[in-house]
Ligand binder design. Structure first.
Ligand SMILES: [Ca+2]
Ligand SMILES: [Ca+2]
Length: 465
């Protein structure tokens, strides 16, 4: 204790002198100045080269770990051309030569062929050989061609071969977003222009290999909204104009501990009327759409309801239940939710009579005659999810009576354009350089893993000399 007391006394003595505060001031000015200067340098991009070098250094030091999913792709063949080929066949290759090459590859029946050459104009320009290329492109639906869209200067867009123009299944976008040092560190999945979504060559080829259309790979990423898009009144036994009271209950079960979040009661009228849309295609608010807000009341944010939106139109009931976390969190994206069960119950008092039906705890003025229930068990290898509508057990029956054995539901975010492939979550590309700078409404990129491109000699290929 003596040591501490002495030390405190020494400190107080020092602090009582003006020189100490000069030291403090100098430290603040020097430290703050360095902080401000580094921040300024970074903001202006003056040290981006060093940052990227540092990024590359760390990136290249990582040992690739593919776990059990390591696959050696011997089934991808790259056919290139070198200086010898150019000496022999000329460059660009003439249309009949390209047609001949494609025809030979196509005869081997690969899942997909990427023609990674721009063929927006005939070669030779007089166009007397283009019919060879057009024929092979028309006859082989597994050939994917490329275009390069320039959002900054649309007139500089490199179009796909004219015969395939506008064919969403046959044209891929072939741009890369490069960093300021002109290195490519990301590959593009797809991006938007006013014309819609442009899939990258990689996406087109991967989807062909998997045997799907590329847009089937565009799966809505999970988000805060549990969407039940369509519960038809007919299936629920409801009629137009029927008065209905509703509440939503969410029950979280984790390690036998149960947490319940109830909303208040919402009243609405079942409606056959269609929704009205503005000229911009947005839904015009009406009595068909009712929103109820709910406070933050439970510990697990994935089970904490923040609002419920009921849409009743066109003879269909749609319910969006929003939570403050992620609705139905997938096990592979949110491993922290493994072992948790979420149970969302849409309680419908269809006779609008609180004295009939199920009377849930903590909700006054509601007797539920129908329950639409979504259960999500987050498992270690999968999510077990189910959605059923039933008439709850009560005075008339001992067990729940199933009304709809299943219905569509899903976890979505407000922006439905996220892309999920496997476990990867892809977020908005907001780079301010490269061909999409400024005008890009949303391109999607993934980290580029530098793989050795093994050139296969043109002369050693199936169409040898
Ligand atoms: Ca809540
Ligand atoms: Ca009732």
């Amino acid at each position: 204790m003596k040591i501490i007391q002495d030390w405190q006394a020494a400190i107080w003595k020092r602090m009582s002198k003006g020189a100490f505060w000069v030291d403090v001031l100098v430290a603040l000015v020097v430290g703050g100045g360095i902080f401000w200067a580094v921040n300024k340098l970074r903001t202006n991009g003056y040290i981006v080269t060093q940052e990227l070098q540092h990024h590359d250094f760390l990136h290249l030091r990582q040992k690739p770990d593919f776990g059990t999913k390591m696959i050696t792709h011997t089934n991808v063949v790259i056919i290139g051309a070198d200086e010898w080929d150019i000496q022999r066949f000329g460059w660009p290759l003439q249309d009949d030569t390209v047609a001949q090459i494609l025809g030979k590859i196509a005869s081997l029946k690969p899942a997909a062929i990427a023609l990674d050459l721009y063929r927006d104009m005939p070669v030779p320009k007089r166009g007397d050989l283009i019919h060879y290329l057009n024929e092979v492109l028309t006859n082989n639906a597994n050939i994917i061609t490329i275009s390069q869209i320039d959002l900054k200067e649309p007139e500089l867009t490199i179009k796909p071969p004219a015969v395939l123009q506008g064919n969403a299944l046959r044209v891929a976008e072939n741009s890369f977003a490069s960093d300021p040092d002109l290195k490519i560190r990301r590959g593009m999945l797809y991006f938007y222009s006013d014309a819609g979504i442009h899939p990258s060559l990689a996406i087109q080829m991967a989807s062909r290999y998997i045997g799907k259309n590329w847009w089937e790979l565009l799966v809505a990423a999970p988000g805060p909204i549990l969407k039940i898009p369509s519960l038809p009144f007919q299936s629920l036994g409801l009629t137009n104009g029927q008065q209905i009271a509703m509440a939503v209950v969410q029950k979280t079960t984790r390690d036998q501990a149960v947490e319940i979040d109830n909303t208040e009661v919402i009243k609405f009228v079942a409606s056959d009327n269609p929704l009205q849309y503005s000229e911009e295609g947005e839904v015009i608010p009406s009595t068909n759409i009712i929103e109820l807000l709910d406070g933050g009341d439970v510990g697990d944010s994935n089970g904490d309801i923040t609002s419920v939106t009921v849409t009743t139109a066109d003879g269909v009931l749609a319910v969006d239940t929003r939570v403050s976390g992620v609705a139905l969190p997938p096990f592979d994206w949110y491993p922290e939710a493994i072992g948790v069960e979420y149970e969302f119950s849409i309680l419908l008092d269809t006779d609008n009579d609180p004295s009939t039906g199920l009377k849930p705890d903590g909700i006054d003025g509601l007797g539920a005659d129908l329950v639409a229930r979504v259960i999500c068990k987050v498992g270690e290898t999968e999510n077990v999810e189910s959605g059923t509508v039933f008439r709850p057990a009560g005075e008339n029956s001992a067990t729940n009576e199933i009304v709809m054995p299943d219905f569509a539901f899903g976890s979505v975010r407000d922006d439905l354009s996220e892309l999920k492939i496997g476990k990867a979550l892809f977020t908005k590309f907001d780079g301010d350089r490269g061909p999409y700078s400024g005008t890009d409404a949303g391109g999607y990129t993934y980290a580029w893993i530098t793989a050795a491109r093994v050139p296969i000699n043109f002369r050693g290929s199936p169409f040898g000399p």
